[in-house]
Ligand binder design. Sequence first.
Ligand SMILES: [Zn+2]
Length: 496
Amino acid sequence: MSAARQMDETCMNVEKAESGLPPGRRKPRRTNVPDASGAGGRKLRTRRLNRNALYITIGVAVAAIAILAVTMANANRPSLYAVTADGELIGYTDDPSIIDQIVWRLSEEESFRVGAEAIPSCQVDCQKVKWEKGLEVTDPDRLGETLKERIGFVAKGYVVCVNGEDVVALCSEDAARGALDDLRKNYISSIVDAGHATVEEVLIKERIDIVEQEVPTDLFRSKDEAVAILTRGTDKMLSYVVQRGDSLWAIAQANNMTVEELRRANPNIQGDLIKPGDNLNLIVPDPYVTLYSRELVTYTVSIPFSTEVTYDSSMWPWQETVIQAGKSGQKEIVEEIQRENGQEVGRRRLSEKILSYPETRKVVKGNKQVPEMGSGELAWPVQGTITSNFGPRWGTYHRGVDIGAPAGTPVRAADSGMVVFAGWNGGYGNLVKVAHGSDMQTWYAHLSEIKVSTGQEVKKGDVIGYVGSTGRSTGPHLHFEVHVEGVAKDPLSFYK
Ligand SMILES: [Zn+2]
């Protein structure tokens, strides 16, 4: 409002100064001519009888003639005007209409730049002054440059206010509404891109007003800039290009940020992965607006199948027949997720639909008893020294003894029996289990090579494999276990 009033005054001042009259027809400004002649006249009358006055009279007359000559010369010169911007002198012109034209041209340029009618917010005046020694007309181009620097403009803008706070000004109501629309659209696409979601609702939680008001034109922002400001909370840009050897921690440290803040400023960083040339944003977003959304997500989960085991006493325990393979079922789940600025703040399950039921896996396993085959007297399975005993060890329980021996040393069955397992078993590595009847087994782990196969009968002392370091092992050794009725016992208690 005040800017508009100021602007009207500016126009009036410019018009006043110009007034449309050609310089010749203007009323001449007061010069020093009447003063000088008046004073001279008085002096002639009062000092007529003074003899010395003659010389003075002649001097004054000469002076008067000289002044008159100068005045007549000046009378032929055009008038001089001091140009001021908000009261500050910026130059002289002999043609106020030039100033008017410059102001008009600058206003047009600014109007074009911001897309709204720009009005000078600074008062430009032309005031007639008398010619004095040293004064000269300023080059119009220079006056134009100076004015361009000095004149500010205001224009009718549309200010996006968040909870009553002016945040950003745009040149049109369409642009302001467009920025808010883009804000929502960007938000929706960020959610949709992240998963199979249908966005049901997006709203801005804060009160948003678009207020029409006079705004200094240097505060105008484009639609995209406005979106960035509303999202980031600032139009400051500060970024960093990752160099070789940089880490998130080092970059955060160097910029007085925490790693957490650096991550918030760069949500696209996966884990700690940054590479030279990456451009990191150093401004932690502090959005002016909170976008709240409700989205529907539909996803399927598998329903695990169960296994039904039946036993056949004609089959060995390591044998099994799959009668039905078993298949997972599928369930479709629809959930509503509520988010604020992308962060999940609530979730509600709306429906669950079974797409397919799981099919039970059906297996027949053998439970034929291994005949009593051992003597009950165990032989030592390998030539070597005990490096670790049975019992608690390093917070766990060591279920056997470790016998250190060079890799490739033969490992022998501690008693006669039937091989019920020969193959890889996780931390055990290559493992052989020999059953010596229904209630006793010996296990041989970390073997470099297995020489027997499941179902095979072995005699006490037969080579079943070789010392190695397979599975969870730090060097060649035999890990040897003795099980009685399914429970690991201290192997050494069988050698007395
Ligand atoms: Zn061991």
